[in-house]
Design a protein around this ligand. Structure first.
Ligand code: TEU
Ligand code: CA
Length: 538
């Protein structure tokens, strides 16, 4: 079957605040993105995903939207956005935007009118009376706080995220109509699709108490419910089908069954989903408690998803996760090797690869020294929660330093000039001091640069039909050595990955070397630290 353009393509995620600042206010912006389009074109990407650039009070860095049809002035104007769309188009790059429709900002006109007593708008949100003088139910919240906030008198509104992010009431058909209109507005401008934020929690089937759980009590009442499936199918036939666009859902807590339910082609809901299971391989129960990383958990999870879902999104990083080289690789002695190896795994599995800004030069976790240097609302709430559990300060910091979303949000490191070439002003979040060595300029100059390796990954995947379409076949997964094949019409590519610092012996594989992070041309049976090799078998 002919692959769709979003299956063939490579997606590059931009976190606009941290990408490139054009006017020296310390915040990345749309003109900054435009100035780097040639860089992205040279890398070889096909699709850009922009995290929210809409008007927002920035309680959650743009995921709290106060006007879906306006650009936040700190990012530029609508004219800048139109120019970005035109400039990407002329380079053959498409743009997908973030669609945040589980909640709005409490500063959105709808919520303001609801607050002012307008019944029409009150019904846009989930507002409920307390129960016997206390909260409407016992649910938990994604940002480690109480999900109910006083609305007025004895009423509360639901917010699964921050209190400045009230959840929309998807049982109200008027909400559906409003969102349809917003989607058309952007699609008519030439946007090629959406990354749909927490899309599988839209429909709250009931507001009854939930079964007590360590995190997110109550989630059985809203995770991937029939009402959500119905909304997705309707959005598809009412809107998306009329455009050449695609949707990728950010789907929390999905397993193989629910992921298939959300994106199997015949169900006509989403085109792809972001699953999280492989991101949970180094945590205990909740993401805020990290345990030692064991490659077998990561790789076995990936192997299972490769076999259980027809088409996967392939990602190791985004704006909510620590940097992959610090987390799964080695960000000191083997930074270059392990960053390349992770990239190679991400590009040789079956699915659409996503690159998060900076991943292509092996950017590492932020080098924060104390909580006051961290801006992320999630980290700040987690600190409060842990404090209420009497966890000592040093331990709270240890956990947050490892898990904070700001690890991936530090500004992009472009050069070794002041502020890493990101801004001429004061950056909104501190730049990692390793910018003097880790930056695009130095990396592209180095003989063993990571950027150049990503370029070859992209070109190889685009050229090799086996990598695009071939079936995934696991071969072995033991002793930190992972071997798998991609197979198409009897032809195969074998991929071998040494997920450790130790040298390993294997049976030498013959054939043409397609990819090697050590630049070797013959596989000799020795796998060096973090070595990856892909060989076309003959
Ligand atoms: O994230 C959804 C989500 O579930 C997050 O809480 C995620 O589990 C967490 O960030 C991992 O640390 C999306 C966006 O990607 C995130 O940036 C937003 O804050 C959130 O939705 C609310 O819109
Ligand atoms: Ca700026």
């Amino acid at each position: 079957m002919e692959l769709k353009w979003w299956e063939k393509g490579i997606v590059y995620q931009i976190y606009p605040r941290s990408f490139c600042d054009s006017n020296g206010d310390g915040v990345g912006d749309i003109p900054g993105i435009i100035s780097k389009l040639d860089y992205l074109k040279d890398l070889g990407i096909d699709i850009l995903w922009l995290t929210p650039v809409y008007a927002s009070p920035n309680d959650d860095n743009g995921y709290d939207i106060s006007d879906y049809k306006a650009i936040h002035p700190e990012f530029g104007s609508m004219a800048d956005m139109d120019r970005l769309i035109a400039e990407t188009k002329s380079r053959g790059i498409k743009i997908i935007m973030d669609l945040v429709i589980n909640h709005t900002s409490d500063e959105h006109e709808w919520f303001k009118r609801a607050k002012a007593g307008d019944m029409k708008y009150k019904n846009y949100y989930i507002i409920k009376k307390g129960k016997d003088g206390s909260l409407p139910n016992n649910w938990g919240n994604f940002f480690a706080e109480c999900p109910w906030e006083k609305f007025c008198d004895d009423e509360y509104f639901l917010h699964l995220f921050s209190k400045k992010q009230p959840d929309l009431n998807w049982h109200n058909p008027e909400v559906y109509e409003e969102i349809k209109d917003i989607l058309r507005f952007w699609l008519d401008k030439g946007i090629a699709g959406f990354r749909c934020d927490v899309i599988n929690v839209l429909c709250k089937e009931s507001l009854a108490d939930g079964k007590k759980q360590l995190v997110l009590t109550g989630r059985e009442h809203y995770l991937s419910k029939e009402g959500t499936h119905d909304i997705l199918r309707r959005l598809r036939s009412d809107v998306f089908d009329r455009y050449d666009c695609f949707t990728v859902g950010e789907t929390v807590f999905v397993n193989l069954k629910t992921a298939n339910d959300l994106c199997a082609p015949e169900r006509r809901e989403l085109d792809m989903v972001f699953a999280f299971e492989h991101m949970e391989c180094d945590q205990i129960a909740v993401k805020w408690f990290k345990t030692r990383f064991k490659p077998e958990k990561l790789m076995n999870t990936l192997f299972r998803w490769q076999q259980g879902l027809e088409w996967n999104t392939l990602y190791f990083e985004n704006h909510d996760q620590p940097r992959s080289v610090s987390r799964f690789g080695n960000d000191t002695k083997y930074r270059v090797e392990s960053a390349k190896m992770l990239g190679a795994v991400n590009f040789t599995l079956k699915g659409t690869p996503f690159i998060y800004e900076g991943q292509e030069i092996g950017m590492t976790n932020g080098d924060f020294a104390k909580l006051s240097e961290i801006k992320d609302i999630e980290s700040r709430n987690v600190d409060k929660m842990l404090k209420s559990m009497f966890i000592p300060k040093w331990l709270r910091w240890k956990l947050i330093r490892k898990t904070s979303r700001d690890n991936a949000r530090t500004p992009m490191q472009w050069s070794c000039s002041e502020n890493a070439g990101f801004t001429t002003g004061t950056p909104w979040l501190q730049i990692n001091k390793n910018y003097l060595t880790v930056n695009t300029e130095s990396d592209r100059r180095a003989a063993d640069g990571i950027y150049a390796f990503y370029r070859s990954l992209i070109r190889t995947r685009t050229k090799e039909r086996i990598l695009l379409e071939g079936d995934f076949v696991p071969v072995s997964a033991k002793n930190n050595l992972y071997i798998y094949k991609r197979v198409l019409n009897g032809n195969s590519i074998i991929c071998i990955c040494n997920f450790s610092k130790k040298v390993k012996k294997i049976k030498p594989v013959g054939g043409k070397v397609l990819l090697s992070n050590y630049g070797i041309s013959v596989q000799d049976g020795v796998m060096k630290p973090y070595e990856f090799i892909a060989v076309k078998e003959e």
